[in-house]
Design a protein around this ligand. Structure first.
Ligand code: NAD
Ligand code: ZN
Length: 348
């Protein structure tokens, strides 16, 4: 089959690779319809995240139809329309039971193979899904494949980011980073009742979309925005910061802009060995810091349901649709934010 593989830093190849096979009785094979490039793929692309085997199939965002199932699969049939969270999960272990599906003891991340072990990704014609019954979510024809794809990652991650920010209607909040995840966090914060949400980025079209999702856009391209932010919060800083960048400088900014006693909800993927603030700085501000991979699977059914009722169109973030064979171009467009790119989808 055809697939996008990681070769080395800044080199994503459109390759011919072996078709995936059913390896376990609980596996399914999904025929991929559409897949996407995520900010998380960029950490690998830039070799900020290292250790990935050369030749690993990239990607963890996809929808498609069931093409084959193992003997133990009960809930799924050939032809079902399915979306996956970006990690697999068993549904029965301690972590799945408490809603931390991203830390399932049997779970794996798509597109991560190291020293010959791990799971290939979904930027391909077919993908193997372990623990298929408890990982995959069926969606019906009322929901577009593109909306479903976003729910498997960026929509769920944004929702989680807002959930762990302890929002209240009277609070004043800021989202740092208006990429797909930050835009979805912005929308989620508004849906979860926050009235005043500032959205911080440097990219005009991303700020414009944040405004359409109910935020007050604030360009951080020059320093005036800090005065506006402090004036808006009577000099205190924000009640919570939703960090959706994944860099030390963004967390440092979150630390500087959160008020004493406030919360930093960080969903950016961090690859640094050190915190961006010290224990004494955290102590002196009484901050709560929540960080980590989002348990996307936990939120997917409710977010699919919400798509049918919502007046917002989450698929507005998708600016580019390319064939899988143009995968390398999609990485470049998304990474460089060229041609107004916010989210790039690959058609298989
Ligand atoms: P993206 O790269 O498109 O978005 C990042 C945005 O942040 C860009 O618009 C950029 O201009 C902006 N930015 C960078 N530095 C900034 C700064 N100092 N201040 C303000 N804005 C700044 O990527 P994305 O797809 O939206 O992903 C965002 C992050 O979320 C990535 O780190 C990704 O790995 C992570 N992520 C985490 C999870 C999870 O489970 N925790 C899931 C999905 C994605
Ligand atoms: Zn992703």
């Amino acid at each position: 089959m055809k697939a996008l593989t990681f070769r080395e830093k800044h080199h994503i190849a459109y390759d011919t690779v072996a078709d995936p096979q059913l390896l376990e009785a609980s596996d399914a094979i999904v025929r991929v319809w559409i897949t996407a490039v995520c900010g998380s793929d960029l950490h690998v692309y830039h070799a900020r995240e290292t250790g990935l085997d050369s030749g690993t199939i990239m990607g963890h965002e996809f929808v498609g139809e069931i093409a084959a199932i193992g003997k133990a699969v009960r809930r799924l049939r050939i032809g079902d329309r399915v979306v996956s969270p970006f990690t697999t999960n068993c549904g029965v272990c301690y972590y799945c039971q408490i809603g931390l599906s991203c830390r399932c003891t049997a779970g794996q991340l798509y597109g991560w193979r190291q020293n010959g072990h791990g799971l290939h990704g979904a930027q391909a014609e077919w993908v193997r899904v372990p623990l298929a019954d408890t990982t995959l979510v069926k969606f019906d024809t009322h929901i577009s494949p593109e909306a479903a794809l976003l729910i498997g990652d960026v929509r769920a991650t944004g929702w989680h980011c807002a959930q762990q920010a302890d929002l209240s209607p009277k609070g004043i909040y800021a989202v740092i980073g208006c990429g797909p995840v930050g835009l979805m966090a912005t929308l989620a914060a508004r849906e979860q009742g926050a009235q005043q949400v500032y959205a911080l980025d440097t990219v005009t079209e991303r700020l414009t979309l944040a405004q359409q999702y109910g935020a007050i856009p604030l360009s951080v391209a020059n320093d005036e925005w800090r005065d506006i932010a402090f004036a808006a919060t009577q000099g205190r800083g924000f009640d919570a910061i939703l960090e959706a960048v994944g860099s030390s400088s963004a967390v440092r900014l979150a630390y500087e802009m959160v008020r004493p006693g406030g919360t930093i909800s960080s969903v950016g993927v961090h690859t640094s060995a050190q915190f961006a603030f010290s224990p004494i700085e955290a102590y002196d501000k009484n901050i709560t810091f929540k960080i980590g991979r989002a348990p996307a699977r936990r939120y997917m059914e409710q977010l699919l349901e919400r798509t049918l009722q919502s007046s917002y169109d989450i698929t507005q973030i998708i600016t580019h649709r390319l064939p899988l064979s143009d995968g390398a171009t999609a990485y470049q467009l998304f990474d460089q934010k060229q041609d107004g790119c916010i989210k790039a989808i690959l058609r298989v």
